[in-house]
Write a protein that binds this ligand. Structure first.
Ligand code: HEC
Length: 137
């Protein structure tokens, strides 16, 4: 009786483990629900998905999103000078947003993050923040 009971528990644990890993098996980043809008929400997206490569110590693409992310992005030209990383009020002319949706013009590197796709919630937070004027609120 007790042996059967513990077997049952292991089966349930196994199923929970598979459910918890589901997102990773299919190549999506583990998604933490993002509820904050505006600049705070944008920084939450950076914390969750970008700082591994764009932190203060390892700033790939010369982009440090940890030390002063606002100063590094808003009305700042991209590394090749083709467009601003964030053009206040204009997400479609902001390389930051275009890379998140894989719509960067040729010659502007790859989508971000390179090996995964952000959830719509995350890209919407960034898009709305830029469209609303990219303020620090
Ligand atoms: C696995 C590492 C990695 C992750 C994670 C990553 N990046 Fe990048 N990022 C790079 C590399 C490498 C480059 C330079 C090559 C390129 O632009 O494709 C780059 C370049 C960029 C650029 C262009 C900078 C410029 O001036 O040209 C932006 C904007 C950017 N990343 C934003 C992000 C954002 C936002 C996230 C998180 C949602 C993110 N990246 C996550 C590696 C990464």
């Amino acid at each position: 009786m007790s042996a059967g009971g513990s077997m049952h528990r292991w089966t349930i644990c196994g199923l929970l483990l598979i459910a918890a890993c589901d997102d990773n098996i299919f190549g999506e980043p583990p998604f933490v629900p993002l509820t904050t809008e505006g600049w705070d929400g944008v920084q939450e997206v950076f914390d969750d998905y970008c700082l591994d490569c764009h932190g203060a110590t390892a700033a790939f693409g010369q982009l440090d999103l940890e030390t002063d992310p606002y100063g590094a992005l808003v009305s700042v030209q991209s590394s090749n000078g083709a467009m601003n990383l964030v053009e206040p009020g204009d997400p479609d002319n902001s390389l930051l947003y275009l890379k998140l949706i894989d719509m960067q013009p040729p010659g502007n590197g790859s989508k971000m993050p390179p090996a995964s796709v952000l959830a719509n919630e995350a890209t919407e937070i960034v898009k709305n923040w830029i469209a609303d004027g990219a303020t620090q609120e």
